[in-house]
Design a protein. Structure first.
Lengths: 152, 152
């Protein structure tokens, strides 16, 4: 087994209206409709070629202001603890965040997007096109659906 | 701007029937229905608590056998080059892969899943529950849809 460490470095940074975590909508039914910008470093701009054709992007980013991790924790959406891999908690063994955004337009090395839930200045690790979703009837949502049902 | 490097380390490894890249279905309409196992290291098993309730998981993993990156490249699905951030190419600035799998069952620290497109022994960085998909009518797929249309 390859137990070595892997390294990554920012390909760019998020410009977001959220200056601290208290401003990020969290928990059950949180709406993430804030507009922001994915500002990609000039050296990686060529990698954005043809990205305009996609309506939605998957953004991977670093929770650079989270510290440490918690294998079992209580998310804002529930009053019971859950395993970190069954939640979107920032306090993860590898603190990589994932956000699906809608691409509004591209201006050179800047992607104007809707749906940012990252803090301002968050380092971006990768961007991938979103190719499909899972049909709702095939999706189960575990404890979150249960927590919603309990709240009526 | 925080241009520092970030480090990550495996939380587990994939057991996959794909022993080398030639065995992984690639390109337009590739079906990923192979069964495999996400074997999580014992020290992180507590983080799997309640994961059984989710039908689909997002798996982040390291392309540990890719080398270097290419900002513009020709994917198997098209005969034209595209920016790396508009493709799923393994040759990315930060070689992090993303796969959505269906969770079949959990046995202790082992998640039996369907839909693996990773190579055997691929290091796993993170697992997150899949909470929703994007409705098909809201999704555009850029050059991929165009390439499909050209092929009729």
């Amino acid at each position: 087994m390859n137990l070595s460490m892997f390294t990554s470095q920012p390909i760019g940074f998020v410009r977001s209206p959220h200056k601290d975590t208290s401003q990020v909508p969290r928990g059950l039914g949180a709406k993430h409709d804030a507009d922001g910008v994915l500002a990609i470093l000039a050296e990686f701009e060529l990698g954005l070629t043809d990205i305009e054709g996609f309506s939605h992007l998957v953004v991977l980013w670093e929770f650079d202001r989270a510290s440490g991790f918690e294998l079992l924790g209580k998310p804002p959406s529930d009053d019971r603890p859950h395993g970190v891999f069954a939640t979107r908690s920032p306090r993860r063994p590898n603190p990589i965040g994932l956000t699906i955004v809608e691409l509004l337009r591209r201006e050179g090395n800047e992607l104007h997007v809707r749906g940012v839930d990252m803090l301002d200045r968050t380092p971006i690790l990768d961007i991938k096109p979103l190719l499909s979703g899972v049909p709702a009837e095939k999706l189960r949502r575990g404890w979150l659906a249960e927590a919603e049902a309990r709240r009526g």
